[in-house]
Structure formats: C-alpha cells, structure tokens
Design a protein around this ligand. Structure first.
Ligand SMILES: NC(=O)C1=CN([C@@H]2O[C@H](COP(=O)(O)OP(=O)(O)OC[C@H]3O[C@@H](n4cnc5c(N)ncnc54)[C@H](OP(=O)(O)O)[C@@H]3O)[C@@H](O)[C@H]2O)C=CC1
Ligand SMILES: O=C(CO)COP(=O)(O)O
Length: 352
C-alpha cells in the first residue's frame, strides 16, 4: 500500500461536479483544500481557470482533475456525488486506485441493479433484494474500500449554494466515518447528524423521491395542502414498509434523512423529482420531460426497481404501484388518484 505524506492527507476529493457535488465541494473547501474530479477536460479547465461550472460558482481554492489516479493518490477521503445510473462505471474507473485506507462518503439517492450480463429488469421474472444495490453496497462490492458512509438529508443544492441553514445525516457502520464527515462539513450554517444504519439512511433518501414525484403531480393538479399532508403521511408509512423490507430501520425513515427530506422535496420547485410529477400532471409525456431535463431525477428509475421488487416479495406499496402505471403504462394521473382515494388504508400508523 503506498504511503502518504502528511501534507497531502488533508486534501479532500470530490467525484462529480453536478449541482450537488458542487455544493458539497464548496462547503468542504471552507475548511480543507479540495481536489475535484470531472470526466470532461473542458469542465476541468473551466473550474481551474474561471472557478465556475455550469454557471455555478466554485470555491477559488478548489482544484480540478480528470485523472482518477491523481485524485485517489492525493486524497484519503473521497466524496462520490454522481447519479446512480453512472455508479458502476464511475466506481470501476476509480477501483484500481483505491486502497483500504480510503474513506468514502457518497451522496447518491438512487439504486443500482446487480444483474448478470445481458439481463435487464424487463427480462427477469423476479427481482430479489440481493439483486438491488444501494450505493454503499456498490462501493463495497466493486472496491477494496471498507470505511464507507453516505450523506443524506434535506439538502436541495440551490439552497446550500446560497448558504441557507440546513442539516444532513452521515451514516456508516464506522464511527470514524461519521466523525470525519462531521469534522469536514459542520459549520454555523450546516449541522451534521450521525446514524449507524447506513442502509436505512440510503433507502430514506432513495424512497422519498417516489413520494416527491407524487407531490409534484398533486401540485400540478392544483389539489391543495390537505392532499399534500395526506400524501406525505401515507408516503412516510409506505417508505417505512419498503425500507424495512429492503433492510433499513424505522428510526432512519422517521429521522432527518427520511421525513426531513420527504417534507423538503415534496415542497420544493427546485426538486427534479417534484418537477417531473408536476409536469406529468400538466400533461407532458415522460419522454419529453426527460429529454428536456439536464439533471437527474432518480425517482423514476427507483419506481421501476421498487415496483419489480414488491411484485417479487408479495408486498403492497400503493403509491409506488400507481406511479409505476402512470409512468410506464397508460394510467392517467387522475385515475391513479381515484384509486388511491378508494384504497382501503384503515390504520393510521401501523409500524410502531
Ligand atoms: N441536486 C440536489 O439537490 C441533490 C442531489 N442529490 C443526489 O446526488 C446525486 C447527484 O445529483 P446531482 O449533482 O444533482 O446531479 P447532476 O445531474 O447535477 O450532476 C451529475 C454529475 O455526475 C457526473 N457524471 C454523470 N455520469 C458520469 C460518468 N459516467 N462519469 C463521470 N461523471 C459522471 C456529471 O458529469 P458530466 O457533467 O460530465 O455529465 C455531473 O457532474 C443524485 O443521486 C441526487 O439524487 C442529493 C441531495 C441533493
Ligand atoms: O434530494 C434532494 C434534496 O434533499 C434533491 O431532490 P431532487 O433530486 O428531486 O432534486
């Protein structure tokens, strides 16, 4: 294992300079030198020369590289901030340069599939839990890294970039990962909580995107705040049951990364998932919405994966199932709403 000089150990690496990666890199740069990785040479040049990317300000002390080996050599602590769809590709690019001493925290609110070559979700009959991976599971499967954590919470990047007060959860089985995350990110404007249930925290961030799409649809239909309160509360119950089935704890869902992020995302026009639901309710086809969006709305792929999983597991998740039919079959949003209003939910809270 290569040794490292002490002057280099404080440089923090960030992979992915999209909207969230940029917000987190800027916060990290308030305390430590930061080296960011972007795959495109022009993005690296723009960051190094103009301290901007995609119109966003980049902290002047941030340096950029498109060399994964350089990032891994110079940084012990790495934040991976790329969408789930790119995860295997990105992690495999970095894996040859990662060692067990690296500490990795990711901020991705999506799932990946662990299928055999040539298999797709559409082709397989059953989708079992072991075929679904959270991003920490991808990192552990694909690299020799051990100390892995995630970062999740109500963290709309446009608000973080403005310096508005916010908080997040760093979750890991390793207390040192939580402590490092807190040391690096905590400030007067940003509070950092810890949680040892990494799967539950990851799933909270993943599953709230489904409910945020539904919240956007309610807003698009102009159905008001009572309907939103109903959705958020039933959405939380659905998240609890799905998270438990996938290996998360109830506590994580009712904490900041679950309910906290659920409330934020269901109320924010800055949320991409909320926006997808809103535009669907206004009559735009999904393909048109996706073609025009430059940033990722993780909830769409999450609905595909979770819908396949619940069918295999024999579970019911009425909001997810109905959204699946709206997105991928020909159910109209108004019909989905009617179905949900008639659904025989009878117990208010059935998980404590
Ligand atoms: N935005 C937000 O408010 C928040 C987002 N998140 C989560 O963070 C994750 C990232 O979101 P966000 O930053 O908003 O996404 P964006 O779409 O804004 O940015 C994605 C970034 O990933 C990079 N990327 C994509 N594919 C690859 C690849 N194959 N190799 C290398 N780099 C790649 C993109 O680079 P390129 O420009 O080259 O395509 C871009 O820098 C998502 O899972 C999201 O749910 C979590 C909390 C808040
Ligand atoms: O997760 C987020 C805020 O916490 C961002 O949500 P969107 O991905 O829907 O924009």
């Amino acid at each position: 294992m290569p040794s490292k000089s002490s002057s280099e150990t404080q440089m923090i690496g960030v992979v992915g300079m999209g909207s969230f990666g940029t917000a987190v890199a800027n916060m990290l740069a308030e305390k430590n030198p930061v080296l960011v990785y972007a795959r495109k040479e022009e993005v690296v040049r723009e960051i190094n020369e103009t301290h901007t990317t995609s119109g966003r300000k980049v902290h002047p002390d941030i340096l950029a590289t498109f060399d994964p080996e350089e990032l891994c050599r110079r940084c012990n602590i790495l934040f991976f901030m790329v969408p789930s769809a790119a995860y295997f590709e990105v992690i495999r690019k970095f894996a040859p340069f990662l060692y067990p001493y690296h500490l990795i925290i990711h901020g991705t609110k999506g799932l990946a599939l662990n299928l055999e070559e040539g298999q797709t979700l559409e082709k397989i009959e059953k989708l079992k839990r072991e075929q679904i991976l959270t991003m920490s599971e991808v990192i552990l499967q694909e690299t020799v890294a051990v100390r892995v954590g995630c970062l999740a919470g109500p963290n709309i990047s446009t608000e973080l970039i403005l310096g508005h007060p916010a908080a997040t959860v760093i979750a890991s089985h390793y207390n040192e990962v939580i402590l490092e995350g807190q040391r690096l990110l905590r400030s007067e404007r940003f509070q950092v909580y810890g949680n040892s249930d990494i799967i539950g925290v990851e799933l909270s961030g993943v599953l709230k995107n489904i409910i945020a799409i539904a919240a956007g649809a309610l807003a698009g239909l102009g159905l008001g705040e009572n309907a939103k309160g109903l959705l958020i509360s039933r959405g939380m119950v659905e998240m609890v049951h799905l998270s438990k089935a996938l290996g998360g704890s109830v506590q994580s869902v009712i904490g900041l990364a679950g309910v906290g992020d659920l409330v934020t995302t269901c109320n924010s026009v800055h949320s991409r998932n909320f926006t997808v639901g809103y535009r669907l309710a206004k009559g735009e086809p999904l393909a048109q919405i996706l073609n025009s969006m430059e940033e990722v709305a993780e909830g769409i792929n999450t609905i595909r994966i979770v819908n396949a999983f619940i069918k295999t597991a024999g579970l019911r998740a009425p909001i997810t199932e109905n959204l699946y039919r709206v997105l991928f079959e020909d159910l109209q949003i108004e019909e989905a709403l009617q179905f949900l209003m008639k659904y025989p939910f009878s117990v208010d809270v059935d998980f404590v």
